[in-house]
Design a protein around this ligand. Sequence first.
Ligand code: C5P
Length: 293
Amino acid sequence: MLYLSEKAPAKINLTLDAKFKRTDGYHELEMVMTTIDLYDRIDLMFRSENKVSLMSDSGILPQAEKNLAYKAAMLLKQKMNIKYGVHIQIQKNIPVAAGLAGGSSDAAATLRGLNRLWDLRLTDQALAEIGAEIGSDVPFCVHADTALAKGRGEKLISLPAPPPCWVVLAKPTHGVSTAEIFDHLKVEQIASHPATDEMIYALQSYDYDKMCKYLGNVLEPVTMEIYPEVKRIKDKMKQFGADSVLMSGSGPTVFALVQYENQAKRLVNSLRGFCNHVYAVRMLGKRRDQVLD
Ligand code: C5P
């Protein structure tokens, strides 16, 4: 095969809890994560030379060596002792540094795509293990479904997809550094931990109202304190009919859940002029037709 494409969908956190700070500097987490219908497109072109190159249509993406998709290709090449190369072209739709795992999902899609392009026949589990060396969210993004993530985020237990609904996303103008937000988190001072078990039960019982009720993220107050715009967007979304609202990951993107398309459109319209980056997409929950060729 000489050319192929992969979808790299964004993730949102339905819950994000931190248990303690580990001796390796990471936080021990418990998160319910799911996949939404907002994705980057990764095109992979076989190169007979032993080289990896990368281009993206986005001026703000880290180029080549610092890009997670590039790192993923280099790591896979090294682990599998591959002597040829690839050109990676990224069409960026997921906002950058937004709490939606855009970079991690590009890396995961690159691993899945190269597995086919280079005919490596690795399982998703093996790809996820390689992905964990690139970033904590990459293993989740390799599977790109709905899961309980523990450890650094790399220990995954598959969960049922959420009930169908719409996800309205609004991203403040600034991006956020995950490391900076975790740095400000004081685990022993967390006022309220999300009810992870209740969220899992909501998904198992396909209960939209309970899913809305149990959204929770311990990083939300931390990011809000530094970037008050997050709270303003949250309040606005509640005011304009969101069933539930939460910041995703370390932020700053805020998402609202609604059941019907007309509610989603109303929310998008109400945020125009207030926030530049607003999207209404469907909840996916399961990996679906990510292969584009
Ligand atoms: O793994 P990743 O490179 O995505 O993590 C970025 C940063 O986020 C880490 O360097 C760390 O500061 C923080 N982090 C953490 N606990 C986690 C995941 C990330 O403290 N479980």
